[in-house]
Design a protein around this ligand. Structure first.
Ligand SMILES: C[S@@+](CC[C@H](N)C(=O)[O-])C[C@H]1O[C@@H](n2cnc3c(N)ncnc32)[C@H](O)[C@@H]1O
Length: 270
């Protein structure tokens, strides 16, 4: 399995998964190469853009829930392009004082992200590998924006699928939780095994070469990653069913979306 730094989308020259997502989210921060790559994925797995949009809607619902609980600071791991209703847009619309630290490994995405965020002194974009917790948490920008004596929301939305099991993503999440004060939250979503997606990845490799290198994980594996956190209702559920807005169109069979999401709260004091 290629390491994330070798996989397409991580060196700023290949089509980037983050910018491919931007294409599906109807943003403008992607190139023709990214769009071509997106269309190839779509040809093999036509339901992926729908899941990407569902995941961005989830981010919005989670951020609004967290705002309702008084959270005003967010660390977002594996952020992609910071537009199209991303964390700071939703949070600062409700309260301009909200602070957000975005983190991504992809240098091209970080450069674009910093350009997009220019002039917003309550948001930083770090270029770091999320597996290096210290690089993320000890960065001067993180220390300047995040007050670790107040609840923090750690957002990990469709990022852990890029970490193989050998990186032990559950232990990684735990290590971040250790650094957060009581009352903090962790929001996560993860694509699960799905025969349609598996067939799509196989078709992609036959037609176009190596597909995006991902590790799909089941709902119970995602649930286990919340460790001792107290899960907010309704627990870990298909992404569309995590506290949908009353007027949200869930389409048909939202329970069949093979992408799960949950939000956990740290209730203990270290
Ligand atoms: C699916 S994309 C964007 C997901 C984003 N959280 C969202 O909700 O749209 C996943 C992102 O994770 C980043 N990523 C993958 N592995 C990473 C790592 N080890 N450290 C930092 N970023 C990583 C990729 O560069 C990519 O931008």
């Amino acid at each position: 399995m290629a390491s994330p730094t070798e996989a397409p989308g991580f060196d700023g020259t290949y089509p980037s998964i983050a910018r491919v997502n931007d294409f599906w989210l109807e943003g403008t921060d992607h190139s023709q190469d990214d769009q071509d790559y997106a269309e190839r994925i779509e040809l093999c797995a036509p339901h992926i853009p729908y899941l990407v949009r569902a995941s961005r809607n989830l981010t919005g619902r989670m951020v609004r829930y967290l705002l309702g609980k008084g959270v005003r600071q967010f660390i977002d791991l594996g952020s992609g392009v910071p537009t199209q209703r991303h964390v700071h847009e939703v949070a600062q619309r409700a309260d301009p004082e909200c602070r957000v630290v975005y983190v991504d490994l992809d240098p091209g995405v970080v450069t674009d992200g910093r350009r997009i965020l220019e002039g917003n002194d309550k948001v930083a974009y770090l270029q770091a590998d999320i597996r290096d917790r210290e690089a993320v948490l000890a960065d001067p920008a993180t220390r300047a924006l995040i007050d670790f004596t107040e609840p923090v929301a750690l957002m990990v939305i469709e990022t852990l699928l890029y970490l193989p099991d050998s990186d032990d993503p559950a232990a990684l999440v735990d290590s971040y939780v250790d650094a957060l004060p009581a009352g903090s939250y962790v929001g996560m979503s993860h694509c699960a095994e799905d025969s349609q997606l598996r067939k799509g990845l196989d078709m992609f490799s036959r037609m176009f070469g190596q597909p995006p290198d991902v590790t799909l994980r089941e709902r119970d594996e995602l649930t286990a990653m919340f460790g001792g956190l107290e899960l907010v209702e309704p627990g870990v559920v298909p992404v569309l069913l995590w506290n949908p807005d009353p007027d949200e169109d869930l389409g048909r069979n939202p329970e069949l979306a093979h992408m799960y999401a949950g939000l956990g709260r740290k209730v203990w004091i270290d």
